[in-house]
Design a protein around this ligand. Structure first.
Ligand SMILES: Cc1cc2nc3c(=O)[nH]c(=O)nc-3n(C[C@H](O)[C@H](O)[C@H](O)COP(=O)(O)OP(=O)(O)OC[C@H]3O[C@@H](n4cnc5c(N)ncnc54)[C@H](O)[C@@H]3O)c2cc1C
Length: 387
């Protein structure tokens, strides 16, 4: 039987995570961002409580849940004002890929730390010349005579590199610059010789920063390769669909926070005879946001359920649609929350103007709105590929 109600276990998880998120809260995140501090205490506590590892298999110290549980954690932290961007990469992409494609040795080495938050691994696919066209990435792993690898190339916009000891790098093993990507995934220590990185000055108010990475003949051992160099695109998408689901959950949580702030303000603020929320020009956009957020959450949960059921084609479509819906929902919610607040919407004190750039991110990454529309046009509607 299809059910639209979450299990009691999932509801309890949401409520416990919300409590942790509120204990830290928006002021903690904003002051960390302003003062250049990291959210290490929150990350570690979320790890200790089992929230980061909720989807890691039990035999490796995790909760044995699934991507729907992890997305619930991500959403509730964001809704409580304490978002953790690196949840989208470390436990969701990297944890899933290692759990599905890693060797026994790699699983034992990496998963327990990913589960308890003591190990955080960044993820890098984006390159400046390739952009959304990941088939064009040129970072290359060359097989060495001793069985190890030599990595050459670079990445851009990679989140959290200053907070991690390792980055999962999507490379290729052949020199061809054209044709379809056959990705090879390498775990690269941030202190490896030949690996340097530079922070990009972004206009986003967030403790997590973005970086350009340079791999100048970085030597790697044979076991730096995760999965098979011949496994093809499937092993990458094992991580990218969870990334989209998490990106959607992150956006839904942020949208809920913006809507909550707007609603509270609309009930209190009075400049004529009644609170401003009594004017439909204020109430209707907020009601629209409530509907948009609920639709995005529903699609996010559907994507997670299809992913867990192993229906990868349907999960890919749903994950893209969830990401699209959540990106639109959060942009609208933040914009409407600012409008509801009038001048206060742009005052630092109210914490909304700081959400603007971050909410726009949800339309751009991890996959842009336009690339989702391309996917749906081509694969769901059967229209000709336009590019
Ligand atoms: C804050 C932040 C954090 C990030 N973190 C990470 C990370 O941790 N790891 C990582 O690997 N990457 C990360 N990224 C990169 C992110 O995934 C990319 O920015 C995103 O995929 C878009 O690529 P691009 O910026 O090169 O845009 P481009 O590909 O240059 O696209 C520019 C514009 O053109 C549109 N466009 C491109 N091609 C088409 C087409 N065929 N049809 C229609 N429109 C098209 C796009 O939709 C977009 O609007 C991050 C980015 C940001 C901003």
């Amino acid at each position: 039987m299809t059910t639209f109600t979450e299990t009691d276990e999932r509801k309890a998880l949401r409520s416990a995570v919300g409590e942790l998120g509120r204990k830290y809260g928006r002021d903690y995140i904003l002051s960390a961002a302003k003062e250049g501090r990291k959210t290490t205490e929150l990350w570690q506590e979320a790890g200790k409580l089992g929230y980061l590892g909720v989807a890691v298999p039990e035999e490796y110290g995790g909760g044995g849940g699934d991507i729907g549980d992890l997305a619930a954690v991500c959403e509730e932290l964001a809704a409580a004002g304490s978002p953790l961007l690196l949840m989208v990469v470390s436990p969701a992409i990297v944890g899933t890929i290692i759990a599905q494609y890693g060797t026994d040795e790699q699983k034992k080495r990496w998963l327990p730390g990913i589960a308890d938050g003591s190990t955080t691994i960044a993820f890098s696919i984006t390159e400046s010349d390739a952009g959304s066209n990941s088939h064009q990435i040129i970072t290359t792993g060359y097989r060495e005579a001793d069985g190890g690898w030599r990595l050459k190339g670079g990445k851009t916009f990679i989140s959290g590199v200053d907070e991690v000891e390792n980055v999962l790098v999507v490379a290729r093993t052949e020199d061809a610059k054209t044709g379809n990507l056959k990705p090879a995934l390498f775990i690269v220590p941030t202190d490896a010789e030949g690996f340097t990185y530079q922070q990009i000055d972004m206009g986003i108010v967030s403790p997590e920063k973005q970086f350009t990475l340079f791999f100048d003949d970085v030597r790697l051992p044979a076991d730096a390769l995760v999965g098979s160099e011949d496994a093809g695109i499937e092993q990458l998408f094992a991580g990218l669909n969870p990334e989209r689901i998490m990106g959607a959950a992150f956006a839904c949580g942020t949208a809920r926070l913006a809507l909550e702030k707007a609603t509270e303000y609309a009930k209190e603020r009075q400049v004529w005879k009644a609170p401003i929320g009594s004017h439909q020009a204020i109430a209707h956009p907020l009601a629209q946001s409530y509907i948009e957020i609920e639709m995005a959450r529903l699609m996010t949960q559907k994507a997670a359920a299809l992913y867990v059921a192993g229906d990868h084609m349907a999960a890919g479509e749903a994950a893209n649609m969830a990401k699209y819906a959540a990106g639109e929902a959060v942009c609208n919610a933040v914009d409407r929350a600012i409008q509801t607040h009038g001048g206060n919407g742009l005052a630092e004190e109210y914490g909304l103007v700081q959400m603007l750039a971050g909410s726009r991110l949800s339309r751009i990454a991890p996959v842009s709105r336009e690339m989702v529309l391309n996917f749906i046009a081509q694969f769901s509607l059967g229209l000709p590929k336009s590019y």
